[in-house]
Design a protein around this ligand. Structure first.
Ligand SMILES: Cc1ncc(COP(=O)(O)O)c(C=O)c1O
Length: 380
């Protein structure tokens, strides 16, 4: 998306504006497919649950990782008109409920769809056996998240040493464990995390087999990094290492799944905001814009992500701070941006802000989330 298009859209639709480019979604999806030919792509809906994004991945033949009933229904909207048999097949084959902890109400609602769900502890097995006995299971393992931008291993994941016993426990409860899953942490730039996790899983597959359990699938989760800057390794490099290990350790009949989210959507959205105030504090020029960390820039807080603020105007740059519109001092987008001298009413924009942004935007302080618009929704 070039500057001219962004500016024209901001003038036409107003700000704050969140612009999703569906050509970029399709490009990222194709790139993932190209580099991971063996892997079935389950888009992680939480990363940006906009129904139009889900539809574009659906149209591409994508599968989905959902983690709440609302996300499940967002995907289900696309299949509700299919004949019952086809719809059921889609749910079996293309949806994973990848939240290891599920409320009883959710399990009761899920049971009739017979989905694949993740679990990582004994209590969850008891709940699933009682309230969703038709679900298939994937055991989520705790794996190294070293160096990933967002750590995901402290909350979920069975220890490798407990894995086979947890498979046995589920079996004894009358459930079927289809395979294993893990997550190396979001924005993982350290291939070693994948390598170690895949090796760990191969050992558990082996041990399970000796105990009479034939696991059929391996879900390698998310973690695939967005190219926020030049330090991020190329997906081709990462894929080479991951594919090598998958092919070395898992025969062709083992299904491999992945749950990329950030990789697919981060670069597909840009945000444009307007300068609504300006002040000099402690010798620093401070800009106040009409979008902030309670809104599109929520990733600053929840995703540990930094977004560059860029100007459409040129001029000598100086160190500035950029704040959001609410009364909370936490609403700070950046304390160190290089921006030229701008006027109230001028626009700023950020690129690559499609992941964990609009998804966690709030109405705090009476400021609604940015308007979302979609471009290139139809294939060319
Ligand atoms: C179970 C699961 N799968 C996939 C994802 C998406 O991962 P990523 O942000 O690395 O794309 C997440 C993110 O939290 C997750 O929890």
């Amino acid at each position: 998306m070039n500057q001219k298009t962004l500016l024209a859209l901001a003038k036409k639709h107003g700000t704050p504006l969140f612009i999703v480019d569906h050509n970029e979604l399709r490009k990222n999806y194709a790139l993932f497919r190209k580099h991971f030919p063996r892997v079935q792509i389950y888009y992680a809906v939480k990363v940006n649950s906009d129904p139009a994004i889900v539809k574009t991945f659906y149209d591409l033949g994508g599968s989905f990782d959902v983690a709440s009933m609302q996300e499940f229904h967002t995907v289900h909207e696309n299949i509700k008109k299919l004949p019952a048999k086809k719809r059921q097949h889609f749910i079996w084959d293309k949806i994973i409920y990848a939240n290891p902890i599920k409320p009883i109400e959710t399990l009761r609602e899920l049971d009739r769809y017979k989905p694949l769900v993740t679990y990582d502890n004994h209590e969850e097995v008891k709940k699933i056996a009682k309230h969703a006995p038709h679900a298939g299971l994937a055991l989520r393992l705790r794996v190294p998240n070293t160096g990933s931008m967002v750590e995901l291993s402290s909350k979920f994941g069975a220890l490798p040493g407990e894995a086979v016993d947890l498979i046995q426990y589920a079996h004894d409860a009358g459930l079927v464990v289809e395979g294993l899953s893990f997550h190396v942490g979001s924005q993982c730039t350290n291939p070693e995390n994948y390598i170690q996790a895949i090796l760990l899983c191969a050992n558990i597959f082996h041990e399970s087999r000796t105990r009479g359990f034939n696991l059929k699938l391996l879900d390698i989760g998310g973690g695939f990094p967005a190219a926020y800057d030049s330090s991020v390794p190329k997906v081709s490099e990462l894929a080479k290492k991951i594919n090598h290990e998958l092919n070395r350790l898992f025969p062709k009949d083992i299904e491999i799944l992945a749950e990329p989210g950030r990789f697919l959507v981060a670069s597909a959205a840009h945000a444009v905001s307007k300068i609504i105030g300006k002040a000099v504090r402690n010798d620093k020029l401070c800009y106040y814009v009409n979008d902030g960390v309670y809104h599109t820039y929520s990733g600053v807080i929840f995703d540990h992500c930094r977004y560059r603020m860029k100007s459409f105007k040129r001029g000598k740059k100086r160190l500035c701070a950029v704040f959001g519109p609410t009364c909370d001092a936490l609403d700070t987008i950046s304390l160190a941006e290089q921006l030229p001298d701008l006027e109230i009413g001028d626009y700023l924009y950020s690129e690559d802000i499609g992941a964990y942004s609009a998804a966690s935007s709030t109405h705090f302080n009476g400021f609604p989330p940015a308007k979302v618009i979609h471009i290139n929704q139809q294939t060319l």
